[in-house]
Design a protein around this ligand. Structure first.
Ligand SMILES: Nc1ncnc2c1ncn2[C@@H]1O[C@H](COP(=O)(O)OP(=O)(O)OP(=O)(O)O)[C@@H](O)[C@H]1O
Ligand SMILES: [Mg+2]
Length: 595
């Protein structure tokens, strides 16, 4: 007799639930998606105990007649796709036909639904996957689904649930993400009978962004819009100064579906590259519209991951669009903003998604992490100026401040240039500034195919490890484009024949060794572009004057003028700021002249 058996339906639904229903927030997501697919424009989400005892989603969508309502709780029953072609051109949020039966198999489930054409609605009650009763009920048009005691029959799952606040936080995140993508739909969220959020219909999407992320975000976010043939991008980006320490601030949608996608995140990070240091992440809300047949959404049961047919095109569009917006705003605007600010991780129990600059704590709340360069931190005791981050920030950011307009007071510690501008004290990190200047010089030489280099009278030779030698061979044509001529000389030996002008007089071998090591770390084969960028950064870094070097007035003025020529003068190539600034009012507070 065979040992293999077809599983009973209740059991297979429970197994499917294991993938689709991880926690209350997953139920909230599935039910809201169904409500949106049903064309609702009013959705109410009611939760009790973080969704552990009750999750109820009511909508005013198309509703279901009795037969459909009964089918909807069957596995693989869906109204959203019919053929296998449909599977490759999905326009609805759901399509698998498994959310409702999965949820019903691990909870006490009630569905009440009525179409506007009928006078009477249908109620179905299910417990742990078994239908308890089906009856006619009076109900408004639309659908209301109540899910009680989630995981009551799967104790192992129930044990993994976190505290009420944590689960509630996840649920609130889900509602916020949906609300961001559907500004035309009213969303209300209640918890234990209390209203937590009410987002009315918004005509202008930025109004919804402001409602969800905080009013202050309305002025801190900059619109981004771009198209590449049939792909279009829209959304908002925050200045790099409003960075976060986790990737949670990058909220990305594809065809209005919230997704966590590496291509999109990498592209966004690339757009911000040179403006954030390691461990810093941007805040952005991006909507990508891709033809339905150019994206596969059927790769993850919860549909949080997707696959693009042409990832490089998407990557290119997003990174270029982000970089071009930032290039316009990320310039010094003397008298307009405070030094770098961190957006706090949400502190409130259910603060959804990235919160606005109002939640920026004073840096006294939080000691700087070890990896942070000191210069990114507003000095202790200097309260972050809420006025600097709200109100007129956006307008001010567009005002281009020129470094050469600064009045130079002197040099501090042979490392920082001390300047003033109107009501600001400005400190420039000379090393970071030079790195930026040289980096852009190298980039320009490379782009124009005209690197300025010097031939070495006595070529330098160097010996590398096997892996390093291998990647350096692959990289050497690109190094030549910045004037660094390194040629194989048999085996793992190389000879350096010329170097970029800016490196003249310095030993080149240590730089080449570092470039090769870095390239091994990155893996040149996979990402030549990044390896070349890193090589440029390393070359700039090796070429600059180190800290602790006195500069004459002429040299300082020259440096400020060169900074003005830069596309991204505000950050060194690694993303550290080239300058920090304080308003007079901030200094006066420090001296207790004002409180
Ligand atoms: N709120 C609702 N209003 C109207 N119809 C609904 C609603 N919720 C579910 N349905 C109907 O029930 C069907 C089954 O829903 P279910 O969520 O199980 O599957 P799906 O949405 O088709 O696919 P997926 O499993 O990917 O979510 C849907 O296709 C839809 O026809
Ligand atoms: Mg569904």
């Amino acid at each position: 007799m065979s040992n293999i058996r077809i599983l009973p339906e209740i059991l297979s639904n429970k197994i499917a639930a294991g993938e689709v229903v991880e926690r209350p927030a997953s139920v909230v997501k599935e039910l809201i998606e169904n409500a949106l697919d049903a064309g609702s424009d009013r959705i109410l989400v009611e939760l009790e105990h973080g969704g552990r005892s009750l999750i109820r989603v009511s909508d005013n969508g198309c509703g279901m007649p009795k037969d459909d309502a009964l089918l909807s709780i069957e596995r693989y029953a869906t109204s959203k796709i019919r053929s296998d072609q449909d599977l490759f051109a999905i326009r609805s949020l759901g399509f698998r036909g498994e959310a409702l039966p999965s949820i019903a198999s691990v909870s006490r489930f009630q569905l009440i639904s009525r179409t506007s054409k009928e006078d009477i609605g249908t109620e179905i009650q299910i417990a742990g996957g078994k239908i308890r009763h089906v009856k006619d009920v009076g109900s408004p048009p639309g659908t209301m689904i109540s899910v009680r005691q989630l995981f009551f029959n799967t104790p192992a799952r129930r044990k993994f649930l976190k505290t009420v606040n944590t689960e509630m936080g996840h649920c609130a995140d889900v509602v916020s993400r949906m609300a961001l993508a559907y500004p035309g739909v009213q969303f209300r969220l209640h918890h234990n009978g209390r209203r937590i959020k009410n987002w009315p219909k918004a005509i202008d999407p930025i109004e919804r962004i402001a409602d969800v992320l905080g009013r202050e975000m309305k002025t801190a976010l900059l619109p981004v819009e771009s198209t590449l043939d049939d792909i279009s991008l829209s959304g908002w980006l925050a200045s790099p100064n409003l960075f976060r320490t986790t990737a949670r601030g990058m909220v990305t949608y594809v065809n209005r579906r919230f997704v966590r996608d590496r291509t999109l995140r990498n592209a966004l990070m690339k757009g911000y590259s040179g403006r954030l240091v390691k461990g810093q992440f941007p805040v952005a809300v991006l909507f990508l519209d891709v033809p339905a047949d150019k994206v596969d959404v059927n790769v993850h049961p919860a549909k949080l991951e997707i696959r693009f047919a042409e990832p490089p095109r998407v990557h290119g569009l997003v990174s270029r669009a982000a970089a071009s917006v930032l290039q316009r705003i990320d310039v010094p605007g003397w008298g307009s903003r405070a030094a770098n600010q961190r957006i706090a991780e949400p502190r409130e129990a259910y603060a959804p998604l990235p919160s606005g600059p109002r939640s920026v704590p004073s840096e006294t709340d939080r000691p700087p992490a070890a990896h942070e360069p000191i210069s990114t931190v507003t000095p202790a005791d200097v309260p972050t100026d809420p006025g600097a981050a709200s109100g007129p920030v956006q307008a001010d950011l567009w005002h281009r401040g020129r470094f050469s307009d600064l009045r130079v007071i002197g040099q501090f510690h042979n490392t920082y240039i001390v300047c003033e501008s109107g009501s600001r004290l400005v400190l420039i990190d000379q090393h970071a500034a030079h790195e930026r200047i040289y980096f852009e010089q190298l980039e320009r030489g490379r782009a124009e195919d005209h690197p300025s280099s010097q031939r070495l009278l006595v070529p330098e030779t160097l010996e590398l490890g096997f892996k390093e030698a291998d990647v350096l061979k692959a990289l050497s044509p690109d190094l030549a484009t910045i004037g660094l001529d390194v040629e194989p000389f048999g085996g793992t030996t190389f000879v350096i024949k010329s170097v970029p002008d800016i490196l003249a007089g310095r030993e080149a071998a240590p730089l080449v060794v570092e470039i090769a090591e870095k390239a091994v770390e990155i893996g040149v084969a996979g990402d030549l572009d990044t390896a070349v960028q890193e090589s440029l950064m390393l070359t700039a870094c090796h070429s600059v004057i180190r800290a602790n070097q006195p500069l004459s007035d002429t040299e300082i003025r020259h440096l400020l003028r060169q900074l003005d020529q830069c596309e991204n003068p505000a950050h060194c190539p690694h993303g550290r700021p080239t300058f920090v600034e304080w308003k007079t009012a901030e200094l006066e507070k420090l001296f207790k002249r004002i409180v």
